[in-house]
Design a protein around this ligand. Structure first.
Ligand code: ADP
Length: 277
């Protein structure tokens, strides 16, 4: 089975993250082996991204969601950093500004959707409005409940207008999160990443998992699928994401656009060897 099918959340299925093993490595034993595959995928990814850019017909939106320390930053730098910065950018979703609050919750997401030929990575995304908003009671239940359908309609609209959407949920265990927090504590260069809410949010772990389960169950659609990536092993996470991206982009069968000039004429006029007198 290819990686796309293996980690896809089938539209309409009921997800329970507790059934998915965050340690899963699909038979890969070592980081060393994985790095070879990741490197190969990254080279291919770059070619495919150049085709997307050259074609200028469609765009690619990648959404990344995870619990704190789940590995969003690492994913962006290891896998997606393989792409040419020309035509690829990251949009991070923080607490909405007052201007953003004065609009509907999808306004800021729409503003950052990639243009034709471009790739944009959402580091967190409009899904925060069914996650943190739900867990911290930032809006009434009647409001965030409507967001699932509104998100599905929004993504359908994008996809019908040639924006391809792939959504990755990075799945780590509660123990692994604690281990990563400790790693940050022990490394002064990572102290800046520690926030006051890290440990208090951990007490809401089960609420987060329920909210993730619902997000994945309600919003994995044919036009904007969710993938759950076992992410306790960072190298397996990178391997799986790079593999899915390559499989997805190859299936688009993109082609270089035809030249807009007469290539033969140019060759003859400027490059044919002239004999010296
Ligand atoms: P990250 O944790 O992704 O590295 P930050 O430390 O800047 O980035 O955290 C961003 C914070 O903004 C997160 O706590 C996230 O839950 C919060 N956030 C994002 N979107 C919203 C939203 N719509 N409403 C409230 N909080 C939000």
């Amino acid at each position: 089975m290819n990686y796309f099918q293996r980690f896809l959340i089938k539209p309409g299925s009921k997800v329970q993250l507790s059934d998915i093993d965050p340690d899963f490595r699909n038979g890969h034993e070592s980081k060393k082996d994985a790095l070879k595959i990741i490197e190969r995928n990254n080279l291919r990814l770059r070619e495919l991204q150049e085709l997307l850019y050259a074609e200028h017909k469609r765009s690619l939106l990648i959404c990344l969601q995870a619990i704190d320390t789940g590995g969003k930053d690492g994913t962006i730098s290891h896998v997606l950093g393989a792409m040419n910065p020309q035509g690829c950018r990251v949009a991070s979703f923080r607490q909405p500004t007052s201007l953003e609050r004065d609009h509907d919750f999808l306004w800021r997401a729409h503003r950052d959707v990639p243009a034709k030929g471009e790739v944009t990575i959402f580091n967190r995304s409009h899904y925060e409005d069914v996650l943190v908003v739900r867990i911290h009671n930032l809006a009434p239940k009647a409001t965030w409940l409507k967001h699932y359908n509104q998100i599905n309609d929004f993504e359908k609209n994008l996809s019908e207008n040639n924006t391809h959407i792939i959504k990755f949920f990075l799945h780590i265990s509660k123990d692994e999160q604690l281990r990563r927090f400790k790693e940050r504590l022990d490394d002064p260069t990572k102290h800046w990443k520690i926030s006051a809410t890290d440990y208090t949010d951990r007490t809401r772990w089960d609420d987060y998992i329920t909210a993730f389960d619902d997000m994945l169950s309600e919003c994995s659609t044919k036009h904007a699928p969710w993938f759950v990536i076992p992410a306790n092993y960072k190298w397996f996470r990178d391997l799986a994401i790079s593999q899915i991206m390559v499989e997805y982009l190859e299936a688009l069968h993109m082609k270089c656009p035809p030249p807009s000039v007469n290539i033969e004429q140019i060759r003859k006029k400027y490059h044919s060897a002239k004999k010296k007198a």
